[in-house]
Design a protein around this ligand. Structure first.
Ligand code: PRX
Length: 635
């Protein structure tokens, strides 16, 4: 019997056991029965975490777009694949059928080919949430080009770093974007970035806001006329299972952003299978994930997972509070959304506004609610459950990462009894382990430790682009033979997992991963700054906010003046983007350091949180006196 759709808890346990007892037989069956292959694999899995090297479905040949589009044409050709809901409620929504998507993607794929993009080339996509974004992603996949989507809120410097890191030949962007009442000038951000990207040969520009923009001769072209001329026939590039499908950057605790490389077959199988089961998607449900395709959530659960299942997926261009805080609920009512997937930070921001906006809309279509990106606090969980789901729609609190490609620990809607703030049980095939400080695996329940995964799963990232050693050091060196997630977790008395948060220097602000190092580097560029350290502290809406401790130079430049705070935040906005701006800044005499010169962030974190009762032994610090002065200075 097929295990593609799990329908109750007993079945979950039974399939889970099967998936860990004999993973290769299990995944082989799922892959065989539910996907379209040009050639089947020679070997389901080979792996060695010490190298690390993982290969799924080796020898298989496929194209993911045949699975997302072609195979639906006969059975679902007229069904809506994507509902595009524009930023403004005054602009009409667009329903793109599978047939229409097919035409758009293949035309776009031909435009890429006509502009010298071939299999294996990297294409940077820097677009707002407009249909061209999903289409561009799929067009790259159609011809075997590796897409690297950069969230269109990143600054020109951040964009340039990502373009250069993987040597993109082309950038796809738009004249601008709508975000609530504002418009953003995306093309000029691209122009600035490209001053430092000599290898980019061409730029395709989608028209969205009809603004006057600068077009660089021989480099920039408007997309629409090229699409009109292009043929809508495009044979798929036949890919090997392990060929890279995309690169997506994520922040690390140190160094430059990491270009996580995802491969084709395993990613496809796992994103589709998780989508089906976590959200219990059944046709003709309408599913809406509010994330941006610039993040992994959008890749796996707006584009690939839903389309592979022939689903109808909503793409929303705007923001939750424009024109008012009822916008999400208006969209739910308008499109009769059945599954709604968002982030705790959005839930908290909406909860703060009360329930009057909810009351104006009919939310009875909602069957399943989801959350992702950061731990959800109890209050937000209950608000979501009581007021949005009316206690009838299970909440799937899905824990996963850019690196994991798909959901890892989660309830399956209607199968797994939920528990507030708990991501509950491992998904099928996932083998978590909690590790203690000595590197031993904690057995049994009611334990907490660092969260690892001990066995490969199909959608795990295969490497960091251009830096396999860093991949090994970051994820496979902390614990032998295990993938280390960077998160802490506890396992309760019944075996449910609760993610407690990052155990490294990554800070999650409004669900966005921010590494401390790039922010500190940006601050340190200011001529007055000697050094800085960033830590997170709890924030009512954002989950965490950023606290910067900044030491100024003791030369003439290093004085506090009226504009200093503004200038520092401007540097951060320029280097990374507005999402990384500091909420609090404290100018300090120095930073607490160990004798080897390492900044003691643990102490700084405690001070930022306002908990100075338990700072531990500070006497071994190189400069213990600095701690007192920082506490004093904060008051
Ligand atoms: O700390 C965990 C947190 O987000 C991190 C991954 O961030 P990113 O790669 O940007 O991917 C986010 C979307 C998948 C994790 O290491 N995180 C994600 N989901 C949850 C979570 N923390 C608690 N509960 C979650 N459901």
């Amino acid at each position: 019997m097929s295990n593609y759709h799990i329908k109750h808890l007993e079945e979950y346990y039974q399939v889970y056991r099967k998936s860990v007892r004999n993973p290769t037989a299990f995944w082989e069956e799922i892959a065989e029965e539910h996907f379209m292959w040009r050639k089947k694999w020679d070997n389901v899995l080979s792996w060695d975490f010490s190298k690390p090297e993982v290969k799924w479905f080796e020898g298989a040949k496929l194209n993911i777009t045949e699975n997302c589009i072609d195979r639906h044409l006969f059975t679902r050709g007229d069904k809506t694949a994507i509902i595009f809901e524009p930023n403004s409620p005054d602009e009409e929504a667009l329903h793109i059928s599978y047939k229409e998507l097919h035409k758009r993607v293949y035309k776009f794929a031909n435009v890429l080919k006509n502009n010298n993009i071939k299999k294996g080339d990297r294409v940077c996509i820097y677009l707002p949430m407009i249909p061209e974004l999903a289409v561009a992603v799929l067009a790259c996949a159609r011809i075997g080009a590796i897409h690297s989507v950069v969230f269109a809120g990143f600054s020109s410097n951040a964009l340039a770093t990502r373009i250069n890191d993987c040597d993109c030949k082309m950038v796809i962007t738009s004249d601008g974007s709508y975000r609530g009442a504002k418009t953003l000038d995306l093309k000029s951000i691209v122009d600035d970035a490209l001053e430092n990207c000599p290898d980019v040969e061409s730029v395709l520009v989608a028209k969205r806001i009809n603004s006057e923009i600068n077009m660089v001769d021989k480099r920039d072209q408007w997309l629409q006329p090229l699409l009109e001329e292009a043929s809508s026939d495009c044979e798929p590039e036949i890919m090997d299972a392990e060929d890279p499908l995309f690169i997506l950057y994520t922040s690390g605790s140190t160094g430059t952003p990491k270009g996580m490389v995802h491969s084709t077959a395993g990613y496809m199988v796992y994103s589709a299978y998780t989508f089906k089961n976590v959200f219990q998607y059944r046709e003709p449900d309408v599913y809406w994930c509010t994330a941006d395709i610039g993040w992994i959530t959008g890749h796996s659960y707006i584009v690939y997972g839903p389309l592979c299942n022939g689903a109808t997926t909503v793409m929303f261009e705007g923001v939750p509070n424009y024109p008012d805080f009822g916008r999400f609920w208006e969209i739910v009512e308008k499109h009769k959304v059945n599954q709604f997937y968002t982030a705790p930070t959005a839930i908290r921001a909406l909860a703060k506004e009360g329930i009057s906006h909810l009351e104006k809309h009919d939310l009875s279509s909602l069957k399943v609610l989801g959350t992702v990106g950061e731990p959800i606090n109890e209050e937000a969980w209950h608000w979501y459950d009581d007021n949005v789901g009316k206690k009838k729609a299970p909440i799937v609190d899905t824990w996963w990462q850019t690196e994991t490609g798909g959901i890892m620990i989660t309830p399956l809607a209607f199968c797994t009894p939920t528990k507030p703030t708990y991501a509950t049980l491992p998904f099928i095939g996932i083998q978590p382990a909690l590790m203690d400080a000595d590197g031993n695996e904690l057995e049994g329940n009611q334990v907490d430790g660092n969260l690892c995964i001990k066995f490969p799963w199909p959608s795990m990232a295969r490497t960091i682009w251009g830096n396999h050693q860093r991949y090994k050091d970051t994820y496979f060196s902390a614990y032998e033979n295990k993938y280390f997630t960077g998160d802490g977790a506890l396992r309760d008395e019944v075996g449910y997992y609760r993610i407690t948060g990052r155990v490294d220097d990554v800070i999650i602000v409004s669900g966005h991963n921010l590494g401390t190092a790039p922010i500190e580097d940006a601050i340190n560029e200011h001529p007055a700054v000697a050094e800085s350290a960033i830590v997170g502290f709890p924030h009512e809406i954002k989950g965490n906010a950023l606290y910067g401790y900044i030491t100024l130079k003791d030369t003439g430049e290093g004085r506090i003046h009226d504009n200093l705070r503004k200038e520092i935040n401007q540097l951060i906005t320029d280097q990374i983007g507005p999402i990384a701006k500091l909420d609090k800044m404290q100018f300090t005499q120095g930073l607490p350091k160990t004798r080897s010169g390492k900044i003691m962030r643990r102490i700084l974190r405690k001070i930022a949180e306002g908990d100075t009762s338990n700072l531990g032994d500070t006497s071994t610090l190189l400069n213990p006196e600095v701690v007192e002065s920082i506490i004093e200075g904060k008051k």
